[in-house]
Write a protein that binds this ligand. Sequence first.
Ligand SMILES: O=C(O)CCC(=O)C(=O)O
Length: 266
Amino acid sequence: MPAASIQPTVTLTDEQVAFFRREGYLAIPSITSPEELARLREIYDGLFSSKAGRDDGNQFDLGGTDEEGKEAVLPQILNPRKYAPELEHTLYAANAAAISRQLLGADASARGEHMIYKPARTGAATPWHQDQAYHDPAQDYDNVNVWMPLQDATVENGCMQFVPRSHTWDVLPHHPIGHDPRVHGLEVDEPERYAAQAVACPLPAGGACFHRSYLLHYAGANRSDLPRRAYIMVFGLPSKPARRARHFPWQQRETTRQARLKAKAM
Ligand SMILES: O=C(O)CCC(=O)C(=O)O
């Protein structure tokens, strides 16, 4: 079905929009249909099992050292639509776009999407971080991440957790996970300072939560016997020059993924 013909089915209330603007996050019980959810789960599992995007650097281990042949602890696929074009036309995308415009304003548009998989029992935690720490420090991004679990998301299998109102803070110092420069994923310094303020956000399959790019967030390890699948879309307003000069030293390194891509280009 062409994207334009898929009409959004979810409209937030004024109270929900006000909650998001005040707290920096929001959760809703449903953003897609059960039929679409079942189809998305098949596509999702196929993309990870076929290692889609591995050769272009779009599938890698977000939480580990990502050597070839090593079991990933936190596999991620960037831009999954490139490998499954049918993802262009989903109710999830239509609702995510419409809700993002309600949350950020009419100028909000798609910035990208990714999938993060936590394998049963071995899926690692996604440490406390702000998404803005991954971005260009010279720019200020007003983005919202739409996070949809493809099965129920619980504290046990790694649902999202947030520090409410932390989106009003500037970017905190971060480091690569495990202080290992080869690892792509970031963690805020002194994470134990923030964990006590966490609000967990369990969701039913096909529900969604939304968070701003400055909000501190975390998802625990998967301690369950089933995989935890999350499909994430990012929407944002046009970025603006940062209000003050900033330096993100944690970005000055070469990850295994970058080294692999560099070697391939030579
Ligand atoms: O799915 C996860 O484990 C983490 C997701 C996340 O950090 C994000 O959407 O910004």
